[in-house]
Design a protein around this ligand. Structure first.
Ligand SMILES: [Fe+2]
Length: 392
């Protein structure tokens, strides 16, 4: 069984002192690769709740769907998770695609098309897309190949894990002895990923680790007025959460008491080219193979424009053939919309020399507190907790 020793930082050194311990994370080379089969590998059960944008204070005009975030739901079988883990833990993936940034200690990006045929097929399969689209309330497609399986890793030594578990158990005991009065949340100022809005409209976050003993590991979301925090429970192994992350400030909280936490985040955009595509590259430009991402982004943005122009051309030809007077106002509105679309595309393609490696645009908001159950599953007042500013 091969063992990886380090993740090579291919993009940039971290600007913060995180603790990306990858030693000990073992590649599961004993897993025999199989082909993705939706009959065998999907284990979908609908989420218990889908929280709407309006439920957390976002206007109805915000986003491409009324859906904010789902509760965790089973998506893939154990065998599927084993396949995906084996692909990620291939030492070549770590060496060639491991990255660090100012807001996250260890990530793997852009690996699936070359190294992860199972994950690549799983996320592109119509049956998987149907599930994710149904929960999101809009038909979705993976935004670009590069974003199939962005991996967040947090791995600890046995000693650290044991210390955390002991501290959690001590805290629970104090809490019980003092009827909760002395109980304070387990504070931690280093989230796995700091506050940010995603670059792309929707994400599906899949848990690839065993979370049985985990405390924390939730996704914290700010409400529209930035005064309250909602925590959505982290998914168990094989389970997923769907979120409209482009429009909601959120952070992934650290998981305590778990030796490792590996999540796979796949990003989506609307399949319908006539819907708004507000994708930006601000959270991914500095942690990507920029030329490859620019190509994939440029290609799909031009495809959208191509589809829109073909549809408009067809419409004006049809109207003309029917003897209708040319609708100049509608035509001008179309042109202006496409101008904005092209300007937005242009803005995202920053010249190579101006891209800051390892830098992600992040938000200066107080961190959510790990282990504070008060905010779980409901909107709680974020100002009532001890809060810490994100370090710069
Ligand atoms: Fe995110």
């Amino acid at each position: 069984m091969a063992q990886t020793s380090i993740v090579k930082v291919t993009t940039a050194p971290a600007q913060q002192s995180f603790n990306p311990i990858i030693e000990g994370l073992k590649a599961e080379s004993t897993v025999t690769p199989v082909k993705f089969d939706p009959e065998k590998h999907l284990a979908f059960t609908p989420p218990s709740e889908i929280i709407q944008m309006k439920d957390i204070g976002y206007g109805e005009h915000i986003g491409i769907s009324p859906v904010a975030v789902s509760q965790p739901f089973p998506l893939f079988t154990k065998e599927a998770v084993e396949q995906m883990r084996a692909e990620i833990l291939n030492p070549k993936v770590m060496e060639e695609h491991g990255v660090q940034s100012n807001i996250a200690a260890c990530q793997i990006r852009g690996y699936a098309s070359k190294y992860a045929p199972f994950a690549y097929d799983a996320w592109n399969h119509p049956a998987t897309l149907e599930i994710v689209s149904k929960i999101a309330g809009v038909e979705l497609t993976p935004v670009i190949d590069y974003e199939i399986g962005h991996i967040n890793l947090s791995v600890k030594s046995d000693k650290e894990t044991q210390e955390e578990l002991a501290a959690i158990s001590r805290q629970k005991r104090y809490f019980a002895e003092d009827e909760g009065i002395a109980g304070c949340p387990w504070e931690d100022d280093k989230p796995v990923v700091g506050w940010h809005e995603d670059s792309y409209p929707f994400v599906c976050v899949l848990m690839l680790s065993d979370c049985t003993n985990m405390v924390g590991g939730e996704t914290a979301l700010y409400t529209g007025d930035r005064k309250n925090i909602l925590k959505v429970r982290g998914p168990q192994m094989g389970c997923a959460v769907v979120m409209q992350g482009r429009y909601i400030a959120h952070q992934a909280l650290r998981a305590l008491g778990a030796k490792e936490r590996i999540t796979s985040v796949t990003s989506f955009r609307p399949k319908d080219p006539t819907l708004a595509d507000d994708a930006v590259l601000s959270t991914i430009r500095g942690i990507s193979d920029v030329a490859e991402v620019y190509y994939q982004y440029g290609e799909y943005r031009l495809e959208i424009l191509e589809e829109r122009i073909r549809a408009k051309l067809k419409a004006i030809r049809r109207q003309h053939a029917a003897g209708r007077k040319f609708d100049e106002r509608s035509f001008k509105a179309f042109l202006q919309e496409q101008e904005k679309f092209l300007q937005a595309t242009d803005k995202e393609v920053v010249e190579y020399e101006n891209v800051v490696p390892g830098h992600i645009a992040w938000l200066d908001l107080p961190n959510a507190v790990v282990g504070d159950d008060a905010a779980n599953g409901s909107v709680a007042n974020g100002n009532s907790h001890p809060v810490k500013r994100v370090k710069t």
